[in-house]
Write a protein that binds this ligand. Structure first.
Ligand code: TYM
Length: 334
């Protein structure tokens, strides 16, 4: 059975983008994979987080994942800082990673913006920590949204260089799993920008905690053009907002863009948005309710994370200890 690893930052409330690009797929993949899912708090602090917020958001993200159907008994769910193997392997990978590789990372450029001199060093080496997350478990499949593809490719470069430098075949090849018609959900206000937890405008995204009225309002206000839905894919060219809403609809009805256009081509956006709202409320309301149920009992969330971390460490510790031995570290553990 293939081993899966994936992670999500506890840097805010998860969005529809996180759900369709990652969380929903994580839940489905549990049926035929061994899955390790991680709330990546080490990654979160690469950008400033108030300590109390980080703690709360770590629990909230865990609750959302449980509500989306992650099974913490059959699989593993934990927070990254609780397993020291991640940070240990990351340090080795910082030494393997070339600066030139990091310079090509588009997400760093996006996040750093114009203020490059003033972002943390950790934000820059963030993809090497991500490689350590995956490879500390010898995981071979990584379900992510489209925006993480470049980071998974970099993880393969790091694995290959480690194997080459130390003359071993120790780290496996990793495949990104980028699934479905909504692997890149865009902002509701600007179809050329990714929907993100960190966007200053709450109107740009659907949060998994939004209630029915909020979802209806956000979809009603979502940017579109004045044309009706086209009849075929060609008619979506140059219409990023239309493409985005149709992709979201497709994901929830288990079809693709072309399938939605077959049923709704020619419809005005007013009517289509109503249908989309009904669908979103129907699918997201149970998740919001279940998240709330978990959050009413924080001790049970902490227990899930503690148990997950203990089981994750059992898998990662020997792999990272072997990497340390290959590098030439004299081990205090013998
Ligand atoms: P993060 O927290 O930004 O996002 C978590 C997951 O959600 C996906 N995603 C989206 N998918 C579609 N449309 C969107 N608008 C959208 N926004 C986010 C992301 O692709 C991701 O799959 N670096 C990672 C976390 C991470 C990780 C890892 C992932 C740390 N270590 C190891 C995989 C393996 C991140 O910041 O994700």
């Amino acid at each position: 059975m293939q081993r899966i690893f994936s992670g999500i930052q506890p840097s805010g409330i998860p969005t529809l983008g996180n759900y369709l690009g990652a969380m929903r797929n994580w839940a489905a993949l549990q049926a035929d994979h061994e899955c390790i899912y991680c709330v990546v708090d080490l990654h979160a602090i690469t950008q400033w987080q108030q300590p109390a917020d980080l703690m709360r958001q770590t629990r909230e993200m865990t609750a959302s994942l449980l509500a989306c159907g992650i099974d913490p008994k059959a699989h593993i769910l934990f927070n990254q800082s609780a397993v020291s193997a991640h940070a240990r392997l990351a340090w080795i990978f910082f030494s393997v990673t070339r600066l030139g590789w990091l310079n090509r990372m588009t997400q760093f450029k996006d996040k750093a913006g114009k203020d490059r001199e003033n972002v943390s060093a950790a934000l820059y080496v963030y993809p090497s920590l991500m490689a350590a997350d995956i490879l500390a478990y010898h995981a071979t499949r990584v379900p992510v949204g489209e925006d993480q593809r470049q980071h998974v490719e970099l993880a393969n470069d790091i694995a290959q260089k480690f194997n080459h430098d130390y003359g071993v075949e120790f780290f496996p090849h990793i495949e990104p799993l980028i699934l479905g018609p909504a692997a890149r959900v865009m902002s509701l206000r600007d179809g050329t920008k990714k929907m993100a937890k960190s966007d200053p405008s709450d109107q740009s995204r659907i949060n998994l905690s939004d209630d029915a009225d909020t979802i209806a309002l956000k979809i009603r206000r979502a940017k579109t053009d004045p044309e009706p839905l086209p009849d075929d894919m060609q008619g979506l060219e140059g219409r990023p907002e239309a493409r985005n809403l149709i992709g979201i609809y497709a994901a929830f009805t288990d079809t693709d863009h072309a399938g939605v256009l077959r049923d709704h081509g020619g419809e005005g956006f007013g009517k289509f948005k109503e249908a989309l709202t009904v669908l979103l409320v129907e699918k997201l309301a149970p998740i919001a309710a279940e998240t709330k149920r978990w959050l009413d009992d924080p001790a049970s969330i902490d227990a899930v994370l503690r148990d997950g971390a203990a089981r994750a460490a059992v898998l990662a510790d020997p792999i990272v200890a072997e990497a340390e031995r290959l590098v030439g570290f004299l081990s205090a553990r013998g």
